[in-house]
Design a protein. Structure first.
Length: 293
């Protein structure tokens, strides 16, 4: 084989995610389909909610020579020959295309700056395109990373107009991340981004919902504090949970210390949730998620 031929032949990778009723033959049908196209399965994770008749989930990565040239044909063929037969909810994701991420933030910078640092170091499998804030405080910090910053003030009187502007600014995004965005999004806004908005909640849901969770935690004398990353739904702080973590504390630690510990947990939990989402490792099932991490 000549050097020129070697340059033409390229191994591309893609990720296939599947959700359907569990039944015999799914793995064989998917494997045979990919084999017919000459694809090589790299990883395969699967889970069923019951030994028989449960809900079935799969995440599979495969390599295929010159995938881009036949991608549309591959999708159409999979739909007709496999997906319809098993009534699948499915997607094939071209791994060479990095998802576009838009970030919403207010004044707290810990979660935002952690995401920007990881992105700059190549630790997030995505492209962060814009940061939108209802305050102008973090402009310089964001622009130092070479990321666009947009200030969109929000008041009760201008909420609808502001959300329309945010939608326009972030229209090309594949997912939105609320890195401590201290505004409640309208039902209309959330519905436009169904299961495409990730929020970090500064407590271990469902505990301590609402204002000042660390004061609530201190008043209750808790021994664990934590953070929760979840998808945003119209019902406040009730969306499917992606990731959680906790840290043990004692009676000796006051509210300021609890906040400091909590913010450290928040940034790590949010980063993991965002990375799992953009790597197509999360499958939503009603108000729950299956995460192949």
């Amino acid at each position: 084989m000549s050097n020129q031929d070697k340059k033409i032949i390229k191994q591309d990778t893609a990720t296939l995610t599947i959700k359907c009723q569990d039944q015999a033959g799914i793995v064989q049908a998917v494997s045979e389909f990919l084999f017919r196209y000459g694809a090589n399965i790299i990883t395969l994770d699967q889970y069923s909610t019951a030994h028989e008749g449960g809900q079935y989930f799969m995440r599979l990565e495969f390599a295929l020579t010159n995938l881009h040239d036949i991608f549309d044909n591959l999708e159409q063929s999979f739909e007709h020959t496999v997906a319809k037969r098993y009534d699948m909810a499915w997607q094939i994701h071209d791994n060479s295309i990095k998802p576009k991420v838009g970030i919403l933030v207010s004044k707290f910078d810990h979660a935002l700056l952690d995401l920007l640092w990881r992105h700059q170091r190549g630790l997030l499998a995505c492209e962060i395109t814009k940061v939108v804030s209802n305050h102008d405080d973090l402009r310089q910090a964001v622009e130092n990373f070479g990321i666009e910053y947009h200030h969109v003030p929000v008041t009760k009187a201008t909420k609808t107009e502001a959300e329309a502007k945010i939608n326009a600014l972030l229209a090309d995004s594949d997912v939105l991340v609320l890195a401590r965005y201290m505004q409640i999004l309208s039902e209309d806004f959330v519905n436009k981004w169904s299961m495409k908005i990730i929020n970090i909640h500064h407590s271990f849901l469902p505990a301590f919902v609402g204002a000042d969770p660390y004061q609530q935690a201190y008043d209750k004398g808790v021994k664990l504090i934590g953070a929760t990353a979840h998808y945003v739904t119209a019902e406040l702080d009730q969306g499917p949970i992606i990731e959680q973590d906790v840290h043990r504390v004692t009676h000796r630690q006051g509210v300021p210390e609890l906040r400091a510990i909590g913010r450290d947990i928040e940034r790590n939990v949010l980063a993991r949730a965002v990375n799992w989402h953009v790597q197509n490792r999360v499958i939503v099932d009603g108000n729950k998620t299956v995460v192949f991490n």
